[in-house]
Design a protein around this ligand. Structure first.
Ligand code: ATP
Ligand code: MG
Length: 427
């Protein structure tokens, strides 16, 4: 026999084991501050726990589960995610009787038969949290705040964004799906093979497809899911965004966040990063008010999320390498036109350097062309351009030196920058 592990499976050796455990315990410590306690659930469940929970049309159920028949003739599956198992346990132990709100977290290995690549394995670790018993948007905002604080304490804030959407209730979603089908069906032949199948199984997922042509088609859809939301769902979303605002948690509304699982209602969100290629989701979650009942329990609203531990570790590793090589720190160049702007540029540079950014600007008045040439020569990723006209209007122009794209922003944007990563998000 050749000693070889299964394709897409990974051994984690020392010192990676220490890193993983350290990150895991940091995350658990944050969860405990919010009153969450740990539940340990089995890795193996009856297959129907997942098929009922996740829905038969999802990618996970259709093609990603490790399912087999036991010697006793039962069909069982290795857990592909944590929520369905936690809900099964919540019902089986009647946890809803013990207190009106139940807050649980879990951590452990998940299994999905998908194509292995960087950031995507067939066995991986997730740590997730579930809050049962509250329908109020304040509970959505609390669970998102807990995730955001986790990200903050892992020192990843600068490299991620929170993307938020509402997918409404099933009836609203059905109407939206119908509109999607009417729009996409005539373009069927241009969709990727996967999405052609999704037209009949799970059209919402087409919004989430990473293939270039699908992306292009989807970007021309003339309506949004929010056009189909009921008043109740819209109000839920409005309240949630207000609560996030009060907690100063920055979010981006993204109508293309749909999530792959059937059980979500209303709120869905992802923590995404630009640093991991197309495996850009570090964590994801949402509200699932119908799942407990669907799995045989009493009507119980719930909201939760899962963090992909390997992706967090990958991101931390990338950031560590970047931080440890100061020579490689990304450069920003401030280009000034006119005397007032020249002095102002020096102040801007100082303010940005205080935030840890590497910034260059000319001492002398030089032509725009020569400053731009220098910015290119020294490898600046972005140029901030200020002239007297801009300063009077309290704006600046930001140019991405690689793509050549340029856009104006109010000056306050500079004060709000947390680091170089934020410039990349602007342009
Ligand atoms: P993706 O769009 O990347 O496939 P997903 O929607 O399938 O993600 P979820 O089921 O919501 O992801 O899982 C939550 C998190 O678990 C993801 O954001 C990701 O960080 C991690 N994750 C999911 N699948 C994998 C995998 N195959 N390998 C490593 N991490 C994963
Ligand atoms: Mg997936």
């Amino acid at each position: 026999m050749k000693a070889a592990r299964l394709h897409g499976f990974k051994d984690i050796l020392h010192p990676e084991t220490d890193k993983l455990r350290l990150v895991e315990s940091k995350i658990k410590e944050v969860f405990e501050r919010f009153g969450f306690s740990e539940i340990i659930i089995p890795i193996l469940e009856l297959s129907e726990v997942y098929s009922t929970g996740l829905g038969n049309t999802t990618d996970i159920i259709q093609k990603e589960m490790y399912t087999f028949e036991t010697k006793g003739g039962e069909w069982v599956s290795m857990r592909p995610e944590g929520t369905a198992g936690v809900v099964r346990a919540f019902i089986e132990h009647s946890l809803y009787r013990k207190s009106p709100v139940t807050k649980l977290y879990y951590s452990g290995e998940m299994f999905r038969h998908e194509k292995p690549q960087e950031g995507r394995q067939r066995s991986f670790n997730q740590i997730g949290a579930e809050l049962f018993g509250s329908r109020d948007p304040l509970s959505d905002s609390e669970i998102i705040a807990m995730l955001w604080l986790t990200i903050t304490e892992l020192d990843l804030l600068e490299h991620v964004q929170l993307e938020l959407n509402s997918i409404g209730k099933p009836a609203e979603r059905e109407r939206y799906k119908k509109a999607l089908l009417d729009f996409l069906s005539p373009k069927k032949d241009s969709l990727c093979e996967n999405c052609r199948n999704r037209l009949s199984t799970n059209p919402l997922r087409i919004l989430d497809c990473k293939t270039g042509t699908c992306n292009e088609i989807v970007s021309h859809i003339p309506f949004l899911v929010r056009d189909y939301l009921s008043e109740q769902s819209s109000n839920h979303m409005d309240a949630l965004t207000r609560f996030l605002g009060e907690k100063s948690i920055p979010y981006r509304l993204n109508p293309r966040i749909v999530r792959g699982l059937d059980y979500y209602t209303d709120t869905v969100f992802e923590i995404t990063t630009n640093e991991l290629g197309s495996q850009n989701a570090v964590a994801a979650g949402g509200r699932y008010d119908l799942l407990v009942e669907r799995m045989g329990g009493p009507q119980t609203p719930a909201v939760g999320f899962a963090i992909g531990l390997e992706r967090v570790l990958l991101l931390l590793e990338k950031m560590r390498t970047r931080r440890n090589s100061p020579g490689k720190k990304q450069l920003v160049s401030i280009i000034h036109i006119g005397e007032v702007a020249r002095v102002q540029a020096a102040k801007m540079a100082y303010d940005l350097r205080k935030k840890g950014m590497k910034v260059e600007t000319e001492y002398e008045n030089k032509s725009l062309k020569s400053q731009m040439r220098k910015a290119n020569r020294t490898g600046a990723t972005h140029s901030i351009i200020v002239g007297e006209d801009e300063l009077r209007k309290k704006i600046f122009s930001l140019r991405n030196m690689k793509t050549g794209k340029e856009k104006s922003f109010p000056l306050e944007k500079l004060a709000g920058l947390r680091g170089h990563g934020d410039l990349r998000k602007l342009i």
